[in-house]
Ligand binder design. Structure first.
Ligand SMILES: [Zn+2]
Length: 76
């Protein structure tokens, strides 16, 4: 299966982080959620290229007033 990219967004921590779908923190957008409130943190994706994923990470970061980053574990 091709690698897909997902963006984890947290509006209370003001961050957006890009992950690969196979990352243990991501698991295709199913893992890592800290709350059950989708207005606080959520996943966006999948994106089929790193470029479009990163672009969406930056867009999401701007929306929550924070910084875009890349996961240190999966290094997208
Ligand atoms: Zn990751």
């Amino acid at each position: 299966m091709a690698t897909e990219y997902w963006v984890y967004v947290n509006s209370s921590l003001k961050k957006a982080q890009l992950h690969k779908s196979k990352c243990s923190a991501c698991r295709f957008g199913q893992a890592l959620k800290r709350t059950s409130d989708v207005s606080v943190d959520w996943w966006e994706g999948p994106f089929n290229s790193r470029d479009s994923g990163w672009e969406s990470t930056q867009t999401a970061a701007t929306r929550v007033g924070g910084m875009a980053s890349r996961c240190m574990m999966c290094r997208p």
